[in-house]
Ligand binder design. Sequence first.
Ligand code: GDP
Ligand code: IMO
Ligand code: MG
Length: 423
Amino acid sequence: MGVTVMVGAQWGDEGKGKIADVLSAECDLMARCNGGNNAGHTIVIDGVQHILHLVPSGIFRPGVRCCVGRGVIVDPFVLLDEIDYVKSTGADVSTLLIDYACHLILPIHKTLDAAQEALMGKSALGTTKRGIGPCYADKQYRLGVRLEDLLFDYDFAAKMEMCYVRHAPVLEAAGVSADFSVDLDAVLGVADRLRQFAGDVGAEVRSYITEGKRVFVEGAQGLLLDPDHGTYPYVTSSTIHPAVAASGIGIPGTKVDEVLGVVKAYQTRVGAGPMPTELDGDVADMIRDRGGEYGATTGRPRRVGWLDLPLLRYAVETAGINSIALTKLDVLAGMDELFVCDAYEMASETVGTFGQPFGRIWDAKPVLKEMEPFEGGWDGISTYDELPAAARLYIEFVEDAVGASVRYVSTGPGRDEIVTKKP
Ligand code: GDP
Ligand code: IMO
Ligand code: MG
């Protein structure tokens, strides 16, 4: 039995948490492979909404082993709060395993993130201010501290102090400060609570694979936020490309046999950066309100636009997406007018796929194709054929346009609101 990697195909918030929760019914182990608590994955079970930032979305499914791989960076305080929250729902957190090699987001990383955004002024990226960029930068710079350093005291205090000393000039220039002793005490104070969840995720996942069990990797963010493949510099700081998902959990890349792309039926983006199909005015407000398009992590209103097929073709091709879970089509039901962007006009050329140099995206003018509107009232729908004919046409148009088949159509936020489309 191989491994499925789920990847967001746009700028994040495609509904990955919902899809992961649904598919947790068919998996034995679910693992996060990238990002940190910049992610906000929403799950709705029996009308109750849960938002997870670090804990895999399989946690509400009894018996599913839930792992956080070494590609993830962990804010220890956020993790423990989230574990407390999950426990308070009655779910079993003893299935949770956090890799020893995960780097820790320290309080100074959050201070640096906010200071850098403030310094950048109008050019700010609109980060989640969770310390993501500074923590990954320290990891690459070999200034970071890992969970194992904390738990086995591999010179933890000295390593953490070096990190604080090295960043002191930047903080001073920005007029902010970090108190090493206070932060050290706080981190040391949570070590014992973290210990019971720590282990070797790579070894665990590999043993599940050897036993023929089903492994599902829950990627965070979306390909267009990948530092190499996205709209740099308006991206996050960890790799989103599914090829790196195997590394993020510690398994061979050859074990991955399916890449499931999660695609929202329209485009959203939080934070700054190019967005060719962005809408404003009444249509944007309507989609934002109906889709509840407010960040699950920061609460910021999401920018909204028509589905961008040139970028989706690029994502499908680059990430090797073999099948799609299409979400939030129900949000577009009942709209008087409906469009998708089928191509861009750029420098007097019309192009259907996007590629390098990426800077051209700022000049991309969307060529819109009008789609037939469809009606809503999808409560209780359980088969693909029950969807309105025009909604099915929309889905099949997207499949043809991007060359990947839609396997699931999510028809609402709830766990039961999904239909499977036969190939
Ligand atoms: P993620 O980061 O990809 O997990 O997505 P988020 O949880 O940040 O945002 C997706 C939002 O859409 C959440 O509020 C979900 O509950 C909601 N959602 C997911 N799928 C659907 C769907 O098919 N229809 C509707 N109406 N809402 C959905
Ligand atoms: P999920 O997993 C949407 C965006 C931020 C910002 C940029 C950099 O819920 O889909 P960062 O804090 O990572 O340095 O911010 O990346 N971003 C996301 N946008 N969904 C996410 O995760 C995101 N994670 C980061 O809004 O534009
Ligand atoms: Mg999200």
